[in-house]
Design a protein around this ligand. Structure first.
Ligand code: HEM
Length: 256
């Protein structure tokens, strides 16, 4: 489903979905297992597709309001277009990033609901609660563990000085379970009053531009899963993801 949503958002032809899914899956499995050769192969295929897509949009641009690649091509900074390598790199990054986190989230939501029948039934009875549930699932099971930054100046945080130029790992998944911010942080609670403090989609200039799409996608996935089933439970071993994601990659479910 995330590949399909993504292909639609990128205005890719539907017959490409299968290929994109194959590369995305190969890339994901290869990075998860540390297979450098396979990672490079899938990455090269994604780069080639990104370059091809840019060339296609140069010849036949689409409406910049609904097409990300055409919008990147039309952007001017101080009157200059963006460098082509930057555009290709951006498309290539989005080809992976836009697909993996929603998949991992759907897995984590299935694990939680498969073990919490009461909540599962409550959401099935009242789908209007689903958006709030998604926000809390994103806090509790933040799929991207963290991202890297470099300190641009000396800064002291909680008595610890980080010197300028120092690389830093920002652990978003841990921050979303910070007991100084969220009461009883390991527990699922609908309608937390401070849920906007969640940093599942990051913060600042690099905040996830796909957040709205991702929230909608997850809400639709959960709505459909609940509407089409009477009940489900986890039935077998869950395979977790490795760095940089955190969550469930493979979840066997039994439908009742
Ligand atoms: C559950 C789904 C998703 C989660 C939890 C998520 C999370 C994040 C986070 C935490 C960042 C910030 C990275 C940082 O601080 O450096 C980010 C950036 C980004 N996300 Fe998402 N994301 C999701 C889905 C998507 C989707 C569907 C798209 C595209 C359609 C997308 C595109 C991007 C891009 C392009 C960036 C880079 C922004 C930048 O560096 O300025 N994401 N995402």
């Amino acid at each position: 489903m995330p590949v399909l949503v993504f292909a639609h958002w990128m205005n890719l032809p539907l017959d490409e979905v299968e290929r994109l899914e194959r590369w995305g899956r190969q890339y994901n499995i290869a990075t998860q297992t540390g297979d450098a050769v396979s990672t490079k192969e899938a990455s090269d295929a994604l780069y080639a597709r990104a370059r091809g897509l840019m060339e296609e949009r140069k010849i036949r641009p689409l409406d910049t309001k609904v097409d990300a690649v055409s919008a990147l091509l039309a952007t001017r900074v101080d009157g200059e277009p963006l460098p082509e390598e930057l555009i290709i790199g951006t498309i290539r990054q989005v080809l992976v990033i836009g697909v993996i986190a929603p998949m991992v989230m759907i897995g984590s939501i299935c694990v939680h609901l498969g073990r919490d029948r009461e909540l599962q039934d409550r959401l099935r009875r009242d789908p209007s609660l689903i958006p709030a549930a998604i926000a809390e699932f994103l806090r509790l099971y933040t799929p991207y563990r963290g991202f890297a930054r470099t300190a641009v100046c000396d800064i002291t945080v909680h008595g610890r000085t980080i010197p300028a130029g120092e690389p830093i790992a920002l652990n978003y998944a841990s921050a979303n379970r910070d007991e100084d911010v969220f009461e009883d942080p390991g527990t699922f609670r609908l309608h937390r009053p401070n849920i906007s403090a969640s940093i599942a989609f990051g913060r600042g200039p690099h905040t996830c531009p796909g957040a709205g799409l991702a929230e909608l996608e997850l809400a639709v996935a959960l709505e459909e899963l609940l509407a089409r089933t009477k009940g489900f439970q986890v039935d077998g071993d869950i395979f977790p993801t490795r760095m940089p994601e955190i969550g469930a990659l493979h979840v066997p479910l039994k439908f009742t």
